[in-house]
Design a protein around this ligand. Structure first.
Ligand code: ZN
Length: 378
């Protein structure tokens, strides 16, 4: 309460520097515009969107629907027109059971090998097939393989569809054991994630998805036990809160994930950053930084990473390997994020940031998120 009062006074007086208070970043969009890509949403509660591509495909889709019903979970299905025509009853069942239906083209073509005309047609044909069979006009589209092709956004805009990327997947289109699939999704899941699984395989008839089917129930059980709730992609947006930080050049840090488990000195880990780069983001960035500091504030190790230019849907999630130096002191480390000014990528020119978190030297500090511990397994 006292914090809030101080913040309100700062806001009234327009002194953002006073008493270390910061302006809060604006709320993230609660809905997506046609042609806009969403792949991660900053949320405060433990909520994720489970999505399935390449269906309908029996018996996999039906078994997944059974599991979702048992767990009272609503998911998002990106259907392929050709598969909808093959399994119309399943497509209608997806709708009847309250799941969201998205368009995943009619033929699952490779957009990087297609003309703008062919892409627009594959999208429109998919839309028509889904409408004819289910009566649903999809408002969400996901490109095959996450590949963005010429004119794709314009074609989606013309159909009134936003584009759904994803922020975590299990690569279940490759052969993996059930255990690997479950571990992969459960270890990655962060509030706000759009999780990708496959109930089919492109337009293949009778594609074997039994491992994914078996994994779905276990993923639901494990994430529910951790307190996660499952919603559709648009409902995830409706739950949106504030980004972690908002930079003066328009880029926003929506979220980040580093391991919850302690790490030993010399150990490495994958950090995932979720950035929202505004349209025309090509002249932004190209580099952001993350510093890990001990509680006394001395810098211990750091890592710079590129923010993706607006390219494929696949490239929007940054995964970056960070190594903890062998001589790093044990303890609880803070993480500090910032962004280079694209013109002058030096420490003193780092882009100013607005954030609800503590700030220092044009960076935002996200406290107490990494434990370096000798007892941890390498
Ligand atoms: Zn696909």
């Amino acid at each position: 309460m006292r914090l809030f009062a101080a913040w309100a006074v700062c806001l009234l007086l327009g002194w953002p520097g006073l008493l270390g208070c910061q302006r809060q970043p604006a709320l993230f969009k609660p809905a997506a515009d046609p042609g806009e890509t969403i792949y991660f949403v900053p949320v405060r509660e433990k909520v994720v969107a489970l999505t399935f591509d390449d269906g309908p495909n029996e018996p996999a889709t039906g078994l997944i629907l059974d599991a979702l019903k048992r767990h009272q979970v609503k998911a998002t299905f990106f259907l392929i027109g050709a598969n909808v025509e093959r399994y119309p009853e399943t497509a209608r069942r997806i709708k009847a059971e309250g799941h969201l239906i998205g368009n995943h083209t009619a033929r699952h073509s490779m957009f990087d090998q297609s003309s703008a005309f062919a892409i627009a047609q594959d999208i429109a044909d998919g839309q028509r097939a889904i409408e004819t069979v289910t009566g649903v006009t999809p408002l969400w589209f996901r490109p095959p393989y996450g590949i963005k092709g010429p004119g794709m956004e314009e074609a989606c805009r013309a159909q009134g569809m936003a584009i759904a990327g994803w922020s975590a997947d299990a690569n279940d289109w490759n052969p993996h054991s059930v255990e690997e699939l479950v571990d992969s999704i459960v270890s990655q899941a962060t509030p706000g994630d759009i999780l990708l699984l496959h109930d089919g395989c492109e337009t293949r008839h009778g594609a074997d998805r039994q491992n994914t089917v078996a994994a779905v129930s276990l993923i639901l059980e494990k994430l529910k036990a951790q307190g996660f709730r499952f919603v559709t992609v648009p409902d995830l947006l409706r739950a949106a809160g504030r980004p972690l930080a908002e930079f003066k050049n328009g880029a926003r840090l929506l979220g980040l994930q580093i391991p919850a488990q302690p790490l030993p000195p010399g150990g490495g880990f994958w950090v995932r950053y979720f950035w929202d780069v505004p349209p025309g983001g090509d002249n932004l960035t190209p580099e952001a930084f993350v510093h890990y500091t001990t509680p006394d504030g001395s810098m211990q190790f750091q890592d710079n990473h590129e923010i993706p230019r607006l390219g494929d849907v696949r490239d929007r999630v940054l995964k970056h390997l960070v190594i903890v130096p062998r001589k790093a002191p044990l303890g609880r480390y803070q993480v500090r994020f910032g962004l280079f000014d694209p013109q002058t990528p030096e420490w003193r020119h780092r882009v100013p940031v607005r954030s609800a978190f503590r700030q220092q030297r044009r960076a935002v500090i996200i406290p107490d998120v990494l434990d370096v511990n000798q007892a941890a397994k390498p």
